[in-house]
Design a protein around this ligand. Structure first.
Ligand SMILES: [Zn+2]
Ligand SMILES: [Zn+2]
Length: 325
């Protein structure tokens, strides 16, 4: 009974302090991670919040805000949470890594250290026992969202990301991962309220911007990102014979700014680029190239065969010199 009470107290505490999950007794339960009811609450909150649009209506301005917040946060997730924090595919300044860690954490995908640590496990165990979100091991729903509802997957293994865990500002963002989503909601509400009074021609208000700019935008962003773990390990074509079931999926590549070239990525996981041919659109890489030309990032890790990016040459390239995460 005491143990049950303590688990509940910890469960409440961890909403405020992510590191408190390390004290949760459920973390040490034997067996595979299992879904838990209370861990569904953030996702129910996120999806139920989309119903706000029924009451707030829509405006051109709200749609623009929704799309803009999707794009900037998607780039923070793909360019920084994934290619930078998880794979170190390029280098940047401490200030820029902090800025994009902040923006990424407004996506309700938890902190950058938690995200990177779990993603590194995925690459180490892809579609084998120990992969946290393999659709071939535990089914589609588990790989898409179920794995996020287990206490066992909630703790951040700081040893797996010791290269970034040494930055106290990143640990702070990681620990209080609820702060940026709440701040974004508050900023959207205030902006909408000010615009309602100062610029009525926009036909917007606080709750309308919260509904579209946060709930709708974040929900689409969430499912697009999760689809890389689920859909991109089931549907699409395989260019390389990797030991996992990763796929290249063009539709996902568009939605996720290049992450859909997932089989390419599993083959050369530390490469800054994931679209390998001219028709494999990789918006994240294009942005990173632009950033490097502006001096914001540098040392973008190239493909091992940079001199021959023709489709045939890539198809014939079999030696993975880039290695895993
Ligand atoms: Zn994968
Ligand atoms: Zn990866």
């Amino acid at each position: 009974m005491i143990c049950e009470k303590s688990a509940r107290a910890n469960s409440l505490l961890r909403w405020l302090d992510s590191d408190s999950v390390n004290e949760d007794p459920r973390l040490n339960l034997p067996g595979e991670p299992r879904t838990e009811c209370d861990r569904w609450l953030p996702f129910i909150f996120l999806h139920a919040g989309c119903a706000l649009v029924l009451f707030t209506g829509c405006s051109d301005f709200a749609i623009i805000v929704c799309a803009a917040l999707y794009c900037i946060r998607m780039f923070a997730i793909t360019g920084f949470y994934h290619r930078y924090f998880s794979h170190r595919a390029f280098k940047t300044s401490r200030a820029l890594q902090f800025l994009f860690a902040l923006i990424g954490s407004a996506s309700m995908q938890r902190g950058p250290l938690w995200w990177a640590a779990h993603h590194r496990v995925h690459h180490a165990r892809s579609d084998k026992y120990g992969d946290l979100h393999s659709p071939t091991e535990r089914g589609f729903v588990w790989s898409h969202i179920g794995w996020l509802t287990s206490t066992k997957n909630m703790a951040t293994n700081y040893e797996k990301v010791s290269d970034f865990a040494k930055f106290p500002e990143l640990r702070f963002i990681n620990r209080f991962d609820w702060a940026m989503p709440l701040l974004l909601i508050a900023l959207l509400y205030l902006t909408g309220d000010v615009l309602k009074a100062s610029c009525p021609a926009l036909s917007t208000d606080g709750w309308q911007l919260v509904a579209w700019g946060f709930f709708v935008s974040t929900t689409i962003l969430f499912h697009a990102t999760c689809s890389i773990n689920s859909v991109a390990h089931l549907f699409g074509y395989r260019r390389f014979e990797t030991p996992d079931n990763s796929r290249n999926n063009p539709i996902l590549a568009i939605l996720t700014f290049g992450e859909g070239w997932h089989n390419n990525h599993h083959k050369f996981s530390n490469c800054a680029r994931q679209g390998f041919t001219w028709w494999e659109l990789d918006i994240t890489y294009a942005m990173l190239v632009l950033f490097s030309k502006c001096g914001l990032v540098y040392d973008l890790k190239p493909l091992p065969c940079t001199e021959s990016l023709s489709e045939h040459a890539v198809f014939s390239y079999v030696d993975d010199k880039a290695g895993g995460a």
